[in-house]
Design a protein. Structure first.
Length: 319
């Protein structure tokens, strides 16, 4: 009797162990299927995002034809000549997924390769960085970009970078990605700094107003409040008035009552030559989605006679 009971218990334990193994195996297979499905959707979404960038010129051409033959601009038309800094398309269905486009103006930001000392000083004044950190940054960035080994008063060249761990050398060439700024003396402080909310109204990141793309110009008709204030020796209140005037009586950018700013309102100085009233470069993001899984691709486009043409693909660190 005891031997029969023992055998029965053994069979039960083996059955339970086998059931557990089957459950674990089934779970692993299910996870693998889900993982494979997710990656497949991610790849398809990436293809859609890339297709979105290729579709942009045709979309703009179709919008122009619709405006010409229909007698009025189509709804949500993208017009590079009347751009307000950001535009997003509707969703376009393709296969079992969809894609959309988003366009951002490069010239609404400060170009780290072109910004003169005066502009940096004005801009960093709106942060909580110390004056010493700001001076060190401006001179160190100049040393990082210039082709020689001469050190600015508060700057850094190979002597400083060779003492880091690991040691490295100053680039002595223009910055190509925002991530590269981390290698410049005081770069960590700059990329982690935020604008003073007591001055600007909200704690925006400094890096969100920086770019390495474009021609170095700043479009006063798309630049945000803080960049407008950094261009001239003015206070926030004056920049707010310019922004209000720019948006017209209805206060909405991109409408018919907008009143573009004249570059002559800025005082003569190092920043005056950087001002433009028309944007030339745009960052376009294509977003693809398949089954709830999204992927994006970005490219730098140039306005050539009303046509946007892709100059290059961008990585996540580019801006």
């Amino acid at each position: 009797m005891n031997r029969s009971a023992s055998a029965l218990l053994l069979v039960l334990w083996l059955t339970m162990a086998l059931a557990l193994l089957v459950s674990v195996f089934a779970y692993a297979v299910n996870q693998e299927i889900q993982w494979t499905s997710w990656h497949r959707k991610k790849d398809e979404a990436g293809v859609l995002a890339k297709s979105a960038l290729q579709y942009l010129p045709k979309l703009l051409e179709d919008q122009r034809k619709e405006a010409a033959y229909g007698g009025k601009p189509p709804e949500n038309q993208f017009d590079p000549e009347k751009f307000t800094g950001f535009w997003q398309s509707k969703d376009f269905g393709l296969g079992r997924g969809k894609f959309r486009l988003a366009v951002r103006d490069v010239e609404q930001k400060i170009n780290v390769n072109a910004a003169p000392k005066e502009l940096w000083e004005n801009f960093l004044h709106f942060t909580k960085l110390s004056q010493d950190d700001a001076r060190d940054w401006v001179d160190s960035l100049a040393d990082w970009k210039d082709p020689n080994d001469a050190v600015h008063l508060n700057g850094a060249e190979d002597e400083f970078y060779s003492r880091q761990s690991p040691p490295y050398r100053a680039k002595n060439a223009p910055v190509t990605t925002l991530g590269e700024l981390l290698w410049v003396r005081k770069g960590h402080e700059i990329l982690s700094a935020r604008l003073d909310p007591e001055i600007t109204g909200r704690p925006e990141r400094v890096m969100d107003h920086l770019t390495v793309e474009g021609n170095g110009k700043i479009n006063v008709n798309t630049a945000p409040l803080i960049v407008l204030a950094s261009l001239g020796h003015i206070d926030i209140a004056t920049a707010e008035k310019w922004l209000k005037d720019r948006n017209g009586p209805d206060g909405v950018p991109g409408t018919d009552d907008d009143k573009p700013l004249d570059s002559q309102i800025f005082q003569a100085g190092q920043t005056n030559g950087m001002v433009t009233t028309q944007s030339e470069y745009f960052i376009v993001e294509g977003v693809g989605e398949v089954g709830g899984v999204r992927a994006s691709r970005r490219g730098l486009f140039r306005n050539e006679g009303g046509q946007l043409k892709k100059i290059k693909d961008l990585t996540e660190q580019d801006s």
